[in-house]
Design a protein around this ligand. Structure first.
Ligand SMILES: Cc1cc2nc3c(=O)[nH]c(=O)nc-3n(C[C@H](O)[C@H](O)[C@H](O)COP(=O)(O)O)c2cc1C
Ligand code: SF4
Length: 452
């Protein structure tokens, strides 16, 4: 059975004029909290097994199996366990979690309660992006309702032995706090600097206790699986998507499309199909698309047939992965040099500064790209950019977190897939008077200016 009807968006009307926020009564009236009822009849190990069997992979970027992640939490309790919900959503091009919170907050709260039963968590913290003021208020109201209806609070979930508290924690606007260990540091009241791993959060996470970290969309998918039970739940979930990337997925469509917005379909639809969902191209023919937030890189002009799942985007599409499936679609009039400069400027600004290759590398990249954009590009600049991108990231093993890999993959894919466009701005014989013109610009300034 392919994807026939909305799952995560079933309560959210496709027509913006008819959309409304569903609070507790609406949620229950439309079948909500049935997954939680089912979970309360199951042993924690069975909830984990059902989730593993479903093949649900994290929707926050890395695509790690949700059930397996839960299975790493120690079974024997020696103190509190925590669940941190990653609602930081700062990846450019990504706005799907906001949409879920905006209109259907209890879906995620139900997922939280089920995940906490499975992993014996005592407290759930929802770490929400600082700019999401409205969404934080919506959540606080929904959480209050959940306390009033016996889901959270000292009486135990619906009178059961599992007691669960839930709090909203607002971020202060740093992209790096979306990285799970940066998030934990910020939650603990410190500077959001990612931690070296191991230890992994499942063993020593928030306040050095076992901690699960999951994305909003991942948790929102959980009740739908558990509600259907240990056999039918995984079977139903796997009937959508591809064998290695099952289930429904939210696609955040923006850029040069006629109807930007959040669309739901199964994993593995083609890029071409995703653009159709968003009303087709606007202002010109298709040229490129960022595929999963800018950290994953860009899909090229001849890649409309790439399947949007965790494998095809990577192996055939040449990107880092599907990421968040936040697509920024670009038409034929887009200047790819300017687009990359914009991405790299973001990374240089958001690098937390702990690792030299990320801090200095992203700053150098930005300065080289500034020079190219300003008309002073030289042939060796492209070689330099491609050499820099190879040196940074967890993959070459030089940084603590994946922010640097995002910088590298954006740079690599933009330049390799649109080489001629970059080369045209980096001639063998540079513009002679350029060095004079550049004297006033910051390319010659000392490095480290983005170290905070
Ligand atoms: C620089 C950086 C930023 C990230 N930002 C987010 C984010 O905003 N939201 C999110 O869910 N995951 C983000 N992630 C991924 C998280 O580290 C983590 O993998 C995810 O929250 C796990 O949840 P999941 O398994 O449910 O996907 C980011 C990772 C990196 C390296
Ligand atoms: S890779 Fe960059 S953002 Fe990540 S810890 Fe190192 S300096 Fe900070």
């Amino acid at each position: 059975m392919p994807f026939t009807e909305p799952v995560l968006l079933k309560r959210i009307n496709a027509d913006p004029a008819k959309r409304k926020l569903h609070f507790y009564d609406d949620y229950v009236a439309t079948g909500g909290y049935k997954g939680l009822e089912a979970a309360l009849q199951m042993a924690p190990a069975d909830i984990i097994k059902t989730t593993i069997d479903s093949g649900l992979r994290g929707r926050g970027g890395a695509g790690f199996s949700a059930g397996q992640k839960w299975s790493f939490i120690p079974k024997e309790k020696r103190g509190p366990h925590y669940l941190c919900v990653n609602a930081d959503e700062s990846e450019p091009g990504t706005f799907k979690d906001r949409y879920l919170i905006d209109y259907d907050p209890h879906q995620m709260l139900e997922g939280i309660a089920i995940a906490c039963i499975a992993t014996q968590c005592d407290i759930a913290y929802i770490f929400i992006r600082g700019e999401y003021h409205r969404q934080a208020k919506v959540l606080e109201h929904a959480i209050k309702e959940a306390y009033e209806h016996g889901i959270f609070g000292p009486q135990g979930i619906k009178g059961s032995a599992t007691k669960l508290e839930c709090y909203v924690h607002k971020g202060a606007g740093a992209y790096i706090c979306g990285e799970e260990t940066g998030l934990l540091e910020a939650l603990e009241g410190k500077r959001g600097w990612p931690r070296n791993k191991p230890p992994f959060p499942a063993i020593a996470g928030a306040f050095a206790k076992p901690t699960v970290i999951n994305n909003v969309e991942t948790l929102a998918a959980v009740p739908h699986i558990i509600e259907r039970g240990p056999i039918e739940g995984p079977r139903w979930f796997k009937s959508m998507g591809t064998p290695s990337s099952p289930g429904p997925k939210l696609y955040g469509m923006s850029g040069h499309v006629n109807s930007p917005g959040v669309y739901e379909d199964e994993l593995g639809i083609t890029l071409e199909h995703a653009i159709k969902l968003a009303g087709g191209m606007k202002g010109g023919a298709y040229k490129a698309s960022i595929c999963g937030g800018i950290s994953m890189g860009v899909l090229g002009t001849n890649q409309l047939d790439i399947k949007l799942d965790f494998d095809d985007v990577r192996f055939r599409g040449g990107c880092l992965g599907l990421g968040t499936a936040g697509m920024i679609v670009m038409n034929e009039h887009t200047d790819m040099v300017l687009a990359l400069r914009n991405c790299v400027r973001f990374y240089a600004h958001e690098s937390c500064g702990q690792c030299t290759p990320c801090r200095e590398g992203s700053a150098w990249m930005r300065k080289i790209l500034d020079r190219i954009v300003d008309g002073g590009g030289r042939a060796q600049d492209l070689e330099m950019l491609l050499e820099l991108e190879k040196t940074m990231g967890i993959m070459p093993g030089t940084t603590i977190c994946g922010l640097a890999d995002g910088t590298a993959w954006a740079t690599r894919t933009f330049i390799n897939k649109f080489y001629d466009e970059f080369a045209a701005k980096c001639p063998e014989t540079p513009v002679p008077q350029f060095s004079l013109k550049r004297g006033s610009l910051n390319v010659l300034q000392p490095m480290g200016s983005n170290t905070r």
